[in-house]
Design a binder for this molecule. Sequence first.
Ligand code: ZN
Length: 308
Amino acid sequence: MTTALLTHADCLMHVTPDGHPEQVARLEHVLHALEGMDLKRVTAPLAAEDDILRVHPASYLADLRRNLPADGLHTIDADTYLSPGSLHAAFRAAGASVRAVDMVLSGEVQNAFCAIRPPGHHAETDTAMGFCLFGNAALAAKHALDHHGLKRVAVVDFDVHHGNGTQDLLWDEARALVITSQQMPLWPGTGRADETGAHDTILNLPLPPGSGGAEMRRVYQQDAFPRLRAFKPDLIVISAGFDAHASDPLAQLYWKTEDFAWITAQICAIAAEICGGRVVSVLEGGYDLAALAASARAHVDELMKAPS
Ligand SMILES: [Zn+2]
């Protein structure tokens, strides 16, 4: 069995202001780190509009299109921008996520990593925020449920920031378990343990600033993994953010590269137990370029070694 790598050069055409942490160089560093690995390399398609509309209303898509600048930048908020290439990039990012689900569910590959930007887990139903335009992980989960007819899908989000967008998009979805760990307090401020969704299918795991890999492992082993096993998803989607790394400039957790390898291996082992090893991982944050590259490589290396 193989691991797919889905990406597209269009994801480099989403440009942010000078000095912005969510920069083109992030994806260049990730792709460079994955060079030479024995991956099935796939050119990401553009998402179909229906893929986007599973989680965002048509009015939201129309707003993004109307605000797309012909040149320069359009400011959505203090963090989030549109450049002329942003929507193409976002449609490729969403398209990669959907195609990865198709490939994993068809058995063409065992698992897949989507090296994409803009990231997605902060995008709410009709609000772009936190560098994110479309909820890639949520729309991948919805595609698996509604298009492929899976009974249950889980999303595991280990980005250092709360996956408020994924939580919002899947709040009412009883067929999706969302497990999200985040530093708290930290932007965007949500992600308390008492935010559990309309059907008690959201598990928030706040982590204190200054904590490291040991605390993360304890919380995942005690709370996240038993919940994941009990839910018995047919597919696991990972929101793979690497900004909990000790070197990351945007947060104060102290995970090391091997912690990202550990959590990936654990999720893959559970996937092998309960859903034939079917995992789709989508890139979220990670803003120290060297730490991002090393952590993404360690993550993909574990996907490649995963049991089926
Ligand atoms: Zn983040």
